[in-house]
Write a protein that binds this ligand. Structure first.
Ligand code: ZN
Length: 193
């Protein structure tokens, strides 16, 4: 059973990995991944800390380009993205309460997820999005994009709503992935015992 969101947020330290520097990424099979995150009404020092730790957690994985707070068991509407992580001049994006305002077109791109290790699948989503969010400095911003950023934004906002990329696949495709998903769930259960 998933924890109460307020309880989840109070126990921030319990989300940290063993070395205490980065968060433990919740893996498929963890009920928190199906929970809806709560909007952040006031941005506090704690959100800065969460964002920094989330970035460190994302960068600790060599293929991470986006992470939602839900994936580290924190049910707040906060996501971090860095689609150009190998470019030292590129700054990561931290978004509070991100929301898709408009979407258009269609594209099929292969997606993966830090919460579903070693599984990739082609996902059909709108190609272009217009999204609004607040920055950590509490400024309202609007992002319009039709590249990889649009794709990552949709994937991460889905996480805040308890939706995984595999939920977008056809029944047939989901059936084909069933054994692999069961395996991931079992491995996770073994680790968490
Ligand atoms: Zn994901």
């Amino acid at each position: 059973m998933a924890g109460n969101p307020i309880e989840e947020n109070r126990k921030l330290d319990s989300h940290l990995s063993e070395d205490g520097e980065i968060y433990r990424i919740r893996i498929y099979g963890d009920p928190v991944l199906h929970e809806k995150a709560l909007p952040i009404e006031e941005i506090t020092e704690e959100d800065y800390q969460i964002a920094n730790r989330m970035l460190a957690t994302m960068y600790s994985n060599p293929i991470g380009i986006g992470l939602a707070a839900t994936q580290v068991g924190i049910l707040r509407r906060l996501i971090v993205i860095d689609i150009d992580r190998d470019d030292p001049d590129n700054a990561p994006i931290v978004l509070i309460n991100p929301e898709i305002l408009e979407q258009e077109g269609e594209s099929i791109i292969e997606e993966g997820c830090l919460s579903i290790p070693e599984l990739k699948a082609e996902v059909k989503r709108p190609e272009k999005v217009i999204a609004s969010a607040r920055t950590l400095d509490d400024e309202e911003i609007v992002i319009e994009d039709e590249s990889l950023l649009a794709r990552v934004l949709q994937h991460e906002i889905d996480h805040l709503n308890g939706i995984l990329f595999i939920d977008h696949l056809s029944r047939k495709k989901q059936k084909r992935l069933k054994a692999k998903l069961r395996q991931i769930r079992q491995e996770y259960a073994e680790i968490s015992v």
